[in-house]
Design a protein around this ligand. Structure first.
Ligand SMILES: Cc1ncc(COP(=O)(O)O)c(C=O)c1O
Length: 436
């Protein structure tokens, strides 16, 4: 028997009959029409009208001149990162990455797909700490990173959970240091940001911009991604690389390494059917965030923050962070965890376990990249400077690490746009009981 169902704190709460998901696909019907259209017209390939429509409609929505349809957000990020590397350091040999021997400043609290392309291209990610205002890259930590590594010319920035980072500051710092930006807007499609007084979309804020249509994103094609740009030359290059780098010859002629990264016309059919519903999905996600904010208002927690003067998130995932003085003891190993229940307090793992017991899906905050075993030897920079080797047997305190703190105290709440207000009320009640 499930421990939480036996726990007197949760008396009277019933598990959900059907699972409430973190964020699952929401189909509307048009998707089937465009998939059928592709099949009936025999465009079951990586060319076709659905791909063209997705590219045109999304470029128009986001406000870039060009969009290139790719198999997923990760392939978009790979080609964006490669393009940046080639622009900065020249064309690499076929067996080498364009970033070989070079460091790249990277968002730290994000999905590893944001920054793995730096490794694909043989570069070294230098993780840059996070700020509390938006949970994104801290411009002050970025400034510190340039002090420590003035030779760096590339920055990879992600917008966490649909809330844009402080891009005005980040862009100004990058301009000052002559650095390019790869923007990972995978989670933030439809989020708006006020740049120098004008509202713009995320996906237009870097030199090379990417979005994702992964199954859990705000709109989906089951997979798929876009590279977004105002440069025809860059769009043409990414399209070429994504289709095996064919040259203009009657046979297969290659001067560059190629990839099979192009979007499928079937996947594009699903995305084409979803595009008209993007704004509706954002409105539903916003209502979810607001209901959590209201329903959890008197608990010792904060919702994931955003500044209405500066941005309008797409509210992809609603998240919360527990106040330090309301954190019950919790430790996490590499693959396991342990926590204690204490009156008036709780912990992310306790809340996630409680939600799961009642058949609802939450998730820990992305574990910061500088804490990941794979990247443990990569540099990490905080507002104080080098973030590695900060403890000292002879001195108290261990220095700031905002990403680690948000990971420790935060969690993602069920944010599915098909969740009913009644279901959300029950979820809020489960969370409230965790603090009894
Ligand atoms: C921040 C971020 N970057 C990149 C990706 C990768 O996108 P995809 O799954 O489409 O490859 C995702 C999600 O999947 C993501 O959340």
């Amino acid at each position: 028997m499930n421990r939480f169902l036996m726990d007197s704190r949760f008396q009277g709460i019933q598990p959900f009959e059907n699972k409430v998901w973190l964020s699952s696909p929401t189909m509307h019907g048009d998707e089937q029409k465009w998939v059928d259209d592709a099949i009936q017209t025999n465009w079951v390939s990586t060319v076709g009208a659905n791909i063209n429509a997705v590219e045109e409609q999304m470029a128009a929505y986001v406000g870039t001149k060009y969009a290139v349809g790719l198999s997923c957000g990760t392939s978009a990020l790979h080609l964006a990162t490669k393009l940046a590397g080639e622009k900065l350091y020249g064309q690499a040999k076929p067996n080498a990455g364009t970033l070989q021997g070079h460091k790249v400043f990277c968002s730290d609290v994000t999905f590893d797909a944001s920054i793995n392309p730096v490794a694909y291209e043989d570069g070294e990610a230098v993780f840059t700490d996070t700020e509390y205002d938006t949970w994104n890259m801290d411009p002050k930590a970025l400034e510190k990173a340039f002090e420590l590594y003035p030779e760096v010319r590339l920055v990879v920035v992600a917008h966490l959970y649909g809330t844009p980072g402080k891009m005005e500051e980040i862009k100004a710092i990058c301009d000052k240091h002559g650095a390019l930006i790869v923007e990972d807007a995978a989670e933030s499609l439809g989020a708006k940001y006020k740049l120098n007084g004008a509202w713009v979309e995320t996906g237009t804020l870097g030199n090379y911009n990417c979005i994702s249509f992964n199954g859990n994103k705000i709109i989906t094609g089951s997979a798929g991604g876009l590279f977004l740009t105002n440069s025809k030359e860059d769009a043409d290059k990414v399209r070429k690389w994504s289709t095996q780098s064919r040259e203009a010859a009657p046979w297969y002629q290659h001067e560059e390494v190629g990839y099979n990264y192009r979007m499928s016309n079937i996947v594009a059919g699903v995305i084409r059917g979803q595009i008209p519903y993007l704004d509706e999905h954002i409105a539903q996600k916003k209502a979810i965030w607001e209901r959590y904010k209201e329903g959890l208002a008197d608990l010792p927690i904060q919702m994931n923050p955003w500044n209405p003067e500066q941005c309008i998130p797409n509210f992809w995932l609603s998240c919360m962070i527990i106040n330090e003085d309301a954190m019950a003891p919790m430790v996490r190993g590499e693959q396991d965890y342990l926590y204690k229940s204490e009156s008036g307090k709780s912990s992310p793992q306790e809340i996630l376990d409680a939600l799961s017991s009642f058949n609802a899906e939450g998730r820990p905050i992305w574990k910061p990249m500088h804490m990941q075993p794979i990247y443990r030897t990569n540099p990490f920079v905080t507002v104080e400077g080098n973030g590695r080797g900060r403890t000292n047997a002879y001195i108290k305190g261990s220095g700031v690490d905002v990403g680690a703190d948000i990971f420790r105290r935060g969690l993602c709440l069920p944010s599915d746009n098909k969740m009913t207000p009644e279901q959300q009320e029950r979820i809020i009640e489960i969370i409230r009981r965790c603090f009894l």
